[in-house]
Design a protein around this ligand. Structure first.
Ligand SMILES: Cc1cc2nc3c(=O)[nH]c(=O)nc-3n(C[C@H](O)[C@H](O)[C@H](O)COP(=O)(O)OP(=O)(O)OC[C@H]3O[C@@H](n4cnc5c(N)ncnc54)[C@H](O)[C@@H]3O)c2cc1C
Length: 461
C-alpha cells in the first residue's frame, strides 16, 4: 500500500475550505497524507494587512504556549522567521503583567518562552511555509457556495465555488470545512438530507474595541505586555496591551455583560482610564495612534455538536471555529486549531481514512472538552440565567478556582495555573494532592461556617 492510499479509500486529493488558521494548520498536516491539497479562500490574497475574511485579525491575538509548542514542531524555523521580522520574544510571567480575577500574578522567571505577533503576520508566515510544500495549492478569491455529493448523498465529493463570476467545482477525496464561525456547513449538509447538529451557546455578551499604536521611542515600563482580566461580578472591564512587530502595540479593551468599550475616541479613552490598573491608560496616553478604533461583538462561545449526529457523510470533516468558537478573551482559538490539526494527523497516521468523518468529529469533540470548559466556566456566570443554571460541578469549580487564586503567589501554584490556562497541562493538575487537600479543607470549613476566604487584595500596582 502506498503512502497516499488507505484500506478504504484513495488519498489523492484533499480540499480545505477556508484559509484561516484552522485551514492552514489542517492543510499542513494533510500534505503529509494526500498527494494534493488545495486551500480554497474567498479573500483574493492581496497584500492588504487586514483581509476582510477575518475581521478579528484587527484585534489582539495571543498565541498560548501550547500553540507555540505545536508551531515549533509543525513548522520548523517559523519562530525564528517571526522574530527576525520583528515579533518580540516574550518571557511569560516575567515580562507580562497579568491581573487574574482581581489579583496580580507574581512575576517569576520560569523560562516560559513564547513570542508576540499580530494575527496577520503569523498567518502570512504560516501560509508562506505551506507555499514551500510542492503539493499544497491555493485557490484565492474562491467563495464556496455548496458541497457536491455522490448519487445517494452518502459521500461528499467536492465543493462548488464562485470565482470571478464563474462557478468552479473542485473534486476531492476529502473535504475539510474550516470556514470559521460563519461556516454554512449545517445548511450545506441539510441540502443532502442530513440533520442539523445540536448547538451549545454560552454568551457572556463580551465586546472588543481595539486601536493600534506606535510604541513611544525610549518607552520604559516594568512590563512588555499587560493583561487586565475581569472578575465576576464586579469587574466587567479588562484590557490587553500586546507588543507586536514593527514596534507597535495592539490595545484591545474588553467589556463583559454588555459593558462594551465605546468605539469613539473620547469613550475609548474614558474606558481605558477607568480600568482597574493604570498601565493601559499610561501606555496609550504616551503613544501615537496608528489606526482608527475598531469594535467587534461576535464573541459568544458556540459549539456545533457534529459529533452527536446519527448520520454524517463520508469524505467530509470540519474543524476550527466552524465547529467550536470560543470567547476570544481566553485566547484559545488558534491553539485549539493547532491541536485539531494534531488530532487529524493522529487519525490519519493511526487509523487511516476509515476514521475520517464522524469518527474524527468524535475524537475532535473529546479534545474540545477542556478548552470549552475553561472558556465557559466563568462565562456561565456572566451570561446569567440565559445560559441555564450553573451545575453543581460548575459552582464547585468556581469556588475551587477562587481558592487556587488565593494561593497564586506560590511559585508552584502559579505555574500550574498558568500551564492550565495555556492548555499545556490538563485542568486535573489543579487537583494534585498538595494543592487540593488544603483547599478542600478550607472549603469544608467555610461550608460549615468555620471560616471565610479573603479576596486577593492587590488591585493596584
Ligand atoms: C476578536 C477576536 C479575537 C481573538 N483573539 C484570539 C487570540 O488572542 N488568540 C487565539 O488563539 N485566538 C483568538 N481568536 C480566535 C481565532 O481568530 C480563531 O479561533 C482561529 O483563527 C481559528 O479560526 P478559523 O480558521 O477556524 O476561522 P477564521 O480565522 O475565521 O478563518 C475562516 C476562513 O474561512 C474563509 N471563508 C469563510 N467562508 C468562506 C467561504 N464560503 N468560501 C471560502 N472561504 C471562506 C474566511 O475568509 C477565513 O479566511 C480571536 C477571535 C476573535 C473574534
Amino acid at each position: 500500500m502506498g503512502l497516499f492510499e488507505s484500506e478504504n479509500q484513495p488519498r489523492r486529493t484533499a480540499v480545505v475550505l477556508g484559509g484561516g488558521m484552522a485551514g492552514l494548520f489542517a492543510a499542513n498536516v494533510l500534505s503529509d497524507h494526500f498527494e494534493r491539497v488545495t486551500v480554497v479562500e474567498r479573500d483574493d490574497g492581496g497584500k492588504d494587512e487586514w483581509r476582510p475574511g477575518v475581521p478579528q485579525s484587527r484585534h489582539v491575538h495571543v498565541l498560548l504556549l501550547r500553540g507555540v509548542e505545536i508551531l515549533r514542531r509543525q513548522f520548523p524555523g517559523l519562530e525564528e522567521e517571526l522574530l527576525a521580522l520583528g515579533a518580540p520574544p516574550l518571557n511569560w510571567l516575567q515580562e507580562t503583567a497579568v491581573l487574574a480575577a482581581g489579583g496580580w500574578l507574581p512575576r517569576f522567571n520560569l523560562d516560559l518562552l513564547g513570542f508576540s505577533v499580530s494575527r496577520d503576520l503569523l498567518e502570512r508566515q504560516v501560509r508562506e511555509h505551506l507555499r514551500r510544500r510542492a503539493n499544497i495549492h491555493f485557490r484565492n478569491g474562491h467563495r464556496v457556495t455548496r458541497l457536491c455529493a455522490n448519487s445517494d448523498n452518502s459521500r461528499i465529493t467536492g465543493a462548488v465555488c464562485a470565482a470571478n463570476g464563474d462557478s468552479v467545482t473542485l473534486h476531492a477525496d476529502l473535504v475539510v470545512d474550516a470556514c470559521g464561525r460563519a461556516s454554512r456547513l449545517p445548511e450545506w449538509l441539510a441540502e443532502f438530507g442530513y440533520p442539523e447538529p445540536r448547538e451549545s451557546t454560552v454568551n457572556a455578551d463580551v465586546g472588543y474595541t481595539t486601536r493600534w499604536y506606535r510604541i513611544p521611542a525610549g518607552w520604559q515600563a516594568e512590563w512588555k505586555m499587560v493583561l487586565l482580566g475581569t472578575r465576576f461580578p464586579d469587574i466587567s472591564g479588562g484590557a490587553v496591551v500586546q507588543p507586536v512587530e514593527d514596534n507597535r502595540w495592539v490595545v484591545t479593551l474588553v467589556g463583559y455583560a454588555g459593558n462594551h468599550p465605546p468605539t469613539d475616541e473620547a469613550g475609548f479613552e474614558e474606558f481605558a482610564r477607568n480600568l482597574i490598573g493604570p498601565q493601559v491608560w499610561e501606555a496609550i496616553s504616551a503613544a501615537q495612534p496608528l489606526s482608527g478604533i475598531i469594535g467587534y461583538r461576535r464573541t459568544e462561545n458556540h459549539w456545533r455538536h457534529f459529533e452527536g449526529l446519527k448520520r454524517w457523510p463520508q469524505g467530509l470533516i470540519a474543524l476550527g471555529d466552524s465547529v467550536c468558537a470560543f470567547n476570544p478573551v481566553y485566547a484559545q482559538g488558534m491553539t485549539v486549531s493547532a491541536l485539531s490539526a494534531e488530532v487529524l494527523d493522529g487519525v490519519l497516521r493511526d487509523s487511516g481514512s476509515a476514521e475520517l468523518g464522524l469518527a474524527f468529529q468524535k475524537k475532535l469533540a473529546k479534545m474540545l472538552q477542556t478548552p470549552w470548559q475553561l472558556a465557559t466556566s466563568d462565562d456561565f456566570r456572566w451570561a446569567g440565567r440565559a445560559a441555564g443554571d450553573a451545575t453543581l460541578f460548575d459552582r464547585f469549580m468556581h469556588l475551587y478556582l477562587e481558592h487556587v487564586l488565593d494561593r497564586i503567589q506560590r511559585k508552584d501554584v502559579c505555574l500550574t495555573f498558568f500551564n492550565v490556562a495555556h492548555l499545556v497541562s490538563p485542568p486535573v493538575s489543579l487537583f494534585r494532592p498538595g494543592l487540593a487537600i488544603p483547599i478542600l479543607w478550607d472549603m469544608a470549613k467555610a461550608a460549615v461556617g468555620g471560616g471565610s476566604r479573603s479576596r486577593p487584595a492587590a488591585l493596584s500596582r
